[in-house]
Design a protein around this ligand. Structure first.
Ligand code: G1P
Length: 357
């Protein structure tokens, strides 16, 4: 079985963070979202992975993942170009898949329990596709499956006005190579995309059985800033955090703290885990880094209080005051204006930024 990892898309709901890079590289607990998917593939025994690239961030993604050897996998890059839908992206992987079964994984999704059960369940039967489902509160915004009492899928519909169930297709699918013929027969949906949900519905109409697996652990589509913060909380809650950097005797620390080797917590700083602090970052006197915060590399936090936030990296946050529930892009600086006149907030803010002052 092969893996197909989708890394295209425009990341419009994560602007301005995605003005300069692809959404799949936004870090959660100081690790790019895409790496979680690579690890899930590996855990499921899938090491031949095709990474489908859109127009955005191709170089950055290839620079991060390379040929896959650092992760113990073998990566082939496939260029999709314009994002014309998930089924279009899958179709671009046809030559790479070369008749095998494959798992398709949306590169901006994180799934607590990984994909091993989904893959095993597909393998023991004779299915056209296997889908992972989870109950959601807003089924109109997802692909939705109807299943009968014994879990057999009877209908799939993309973003229905009148959803038959609240079981959403989440971002992981297993396919037999029959899906490619279904994709070729698809027409664009109302949003102008070739929908993977419609391709699975065609497989069903062609007489294939569709396996379904309801996921009970958490799943996060990291499409919006609040999703990144929530994914960061969920991952920090349960990953092992290792302290390698130095903590001064006069610093106060509590709870689980991940501290990279070259990171420091200095005298007079307070850090309460779970927190992840990346390489080259210093938490200085007067700073408070509170639970569910990840601070990326080469940053300084001084005097500021920050909690439940993600700082991507190369930032100086030295203004006194509280920063909560925030996502700060690379090289974002928050400094004090106290000594400057006229008094007031001084902002240099990119397009589509959101400030709550
Ligand atoms: C896509 C799929 C949808 C699926 C969702 C999962 O939606 O079209 O079927 O439920 O991913 O995140 P989109 O993110 O393109 O709106």
């Amino acid at each position: 079985m092969k893996g197909v990892l989708l890394s295209g898309g425009t990341g419009s709901r994560l602007r301005p963070i995605t003005h300069t890079g692809p959404k799949q590289l936004v870090p959660v607990a100081n690790k790019p979202v895409l790496e979680y998917a690579i690890e899930d593939f590996k855990d499921a025994g899938i090491t031949e992975i095709g990474v489908v690239l859109g127009n955005k961030g191709r170089d950055e993604i290839q620079e991060l993942l390379g040929d896959g050897s650092e992760y113990g996998v073998d990566i082939t890059y496939i260029v999709q170009g314009n994002p014309l839908g998930l089924a279009h992206a899958a179709g671009c992987a046809r030559d790479f898949v070369d008749g095998d079964d494959f798992v398709m994984y949306l590169g901006d999704n994180i799934l607590k329990e990984g994909i091993t059960d989904l893959v095993e369940s597909f393998r023991v039967g004779d299915y056209g596709a296997g889908i992972a489902l989870q109950e959601v509160d807003n089924p109109q915004q997802f692909g939705i499956a109807d299943v009968d009492d014994d879990g057999t899928v009877t209908e799939l519909v993309e973003k229905p006005d009148d959803p038959p169930t609240n079981l959403a297709l989440i971002g992981m699918y297993v396919f037999s190579a029959d899906v490619f013929d279904a994709i070729e027969r698809l027409e664009p949906s109302w949003r102008g995309e070739l929908e993977i949900t419609d391709a699975i519905q065609l497989l069903l109409e062609d007489g294939h059985d569709i396996d379904s697996h309801v996921v009970t652990g958490w799943w996060k589509d990291t499409g919006k800033p609040e999703d990144i913060l929530e994914a960061n909380r969920l991952v920090l809650e349960e990953t092992e955090l290792t302290r390698e950097g130095s903590i001064a005797a006069g610093a106060q620390t509590d709870g689980r703290i991940g501290l990279a080797e070259s990171a420091e917590i200095e005298d007079g700083a307070v850090v309460r885990g779970p927190v992840s602090i990346a390489e080259g970052t210093t938490v200085k006197e007067g700073a408070y880094v509170g639970p569910y915060t990840s601070i990326g590399p080469d940053s300084t936090i001084e005097d500021a209080h920050i909690e439940n936030s993600v700082v991507i990296g190369e930032s100086e946050i030295t203004a006194s005051g509280r920063i909560v529930d925030s996502l700060l892009g690379r090289n974002a600086n928050v400094q004090s204006a106290d000594e400057l006149l006229p008094e007031g907030r001084r902002l240099v803010v990119g397009e589509n930024s959101q400030l709550r002052l």
